[in-house]
Each structure stands twice: as C-alpha cells, then as structure tokens.
Design a binder for this molecule. Sequence first.
Ligand code: 13P
Length: 257
Amino acid sequence: MHRKPIVVGNWKMNKSPREAIDFVKQLEARVREFDSVDKAVAPTSLALTGVSDALQGTQLLVAAQNAHWKVGGAFTGQVSATMLRGLAQFVILGHSEVRAYLAETDANVNRKAKAALAAGLQPIIAVGESLAQNEAGETIDFVRGQVSAALAGISAADMARVVIAYEPLWAIGTGKSATSEQADGIIGAAVREPLRELYNDSVADNTRIQYGGSVKPGNMAEFMAQPNIDGALVGGASLHVDDFAALVEIAARVKGS
Ligand code: 13P
C-alpha cells in the first residue's frame, strides 16, 4: 500500500489576499518538481478566489480553513462547502483553534465533513488532546472518540477522500513538538487502528494521516520517517516560502515513492 504524502500549510489568520497571491506564485515555482507529494495552502477565505485563480493548472492545491454544513442561509460570517466548489480541493475541519474559540463540537465537525464530501471537497479532520488530557493519560481514548464522532455515517468509499490530522494542542505554535515516536504511537492507537474497527483493513491502511504541531524543516524528516505519518499540517513554518518548500522536498525525499 502506498499513501501519497500530503503537506498542507494552514495560514490561520495571516497574510492578506494580495500577500497570499504573491506567496503562492513563489511557492508554486519552488515545489513544482515534487509531484510525488500532494501540497496545499490554506489562506484566509478572503484570498481563496485570488489564490485559486493564481494556481489554475498547477499542482499546488488550495484548502479552506473551515466550512459550514448548510448549503446557504442565515449564518453570519460563515462560508458553505458548496461555495468552495471550484476554489478549494480541501477543507480543514475541527481545528483545535475553532474548537476552542468558536465552540466547534464533534457533532458539527461530523456535519461539516459530510457536507464537504457532498460538495466534492476532501475534508482534513483535525483531532488532538490538550496538555491536561495528555498528562492525565487520556489521550488515546479522547482522540479515538473525536475520530469516531467525526466520521459517524461516512462511508468506506468516501473515506478515500478524508485526511485526518493529529495535532496535540500543547504542540501547536509552542515550538514544542511531540516526539516523532510519541506522535506515531498515538496516531496508530487512536486513529489508524480504530479505522480498522470502524471500517476495514483497506480504509485503515489507505487513509492519510498527518501530524501537526511545530513542524519545521528541522524535524520534518523524523516525522515523515514514522510508519503511520503521511504528511504534515503546518502553521508557523508554512508562512515562509523557504521553509514550506523545504517541507515538501523532505516529504518527497522520505516518502515520495
Ligand atoms: P504550528 O505549526 O504553528 O505549530 O501550527 C500547527 C497547526 O495548528 C496547523 O494546523
């Protein structure tokens, strides 16, 4: 079984639409040769149209940072998965910052994942435990619960389009990453093995799972070398062209064939 590596830069609330377009043009030229890796940028939703236009016909893909489960309606400030059609290939759902600051629930992540799939998008479902949960030894049960709740009612066939990102909260933006062995063990026990029970061996063996949390060029190779890790969801380092390009190059070198 070969899982194509996937590196996604989550820019969060950074870069204006104009800065985003300049950036992706530079980045695209730097990562073009690495076609053994899927790579995407997730700019502010304001920049999705411009970035998508700038990247037409290239292999640098676009991700949205969130999407509502309804097609349209009275939901101030929201963007629907349907609206993203043609602008993005991926959508990040359940990011811990959305869970923490915007009261995102597992039930909503599940609704959003189904809506994203129905709209032809590939959801990147983010899961991960807090420092307190980690220290209390609750990580595996908690993350496993997030995974099964997010995937409720999603078919094995649709799982081919789902990516899961394991991001321990205590490693996000802190400079403190999980060790690669730690991350691999948690991903195995809390994400990949449960997929075997929730679905079957094929889904468990073929679903792409990213690690996220203070990933940078200096630690990317270690993470990519782990058997359960197929890529990275990257915040801070993805804001710099050199670092982003290095992450893609490392993913290609370690797991690209
Ligand atoms: P950092 O890479 O800045 O730690 O952010 C990780 C993250 O939250 C990506 O979604």
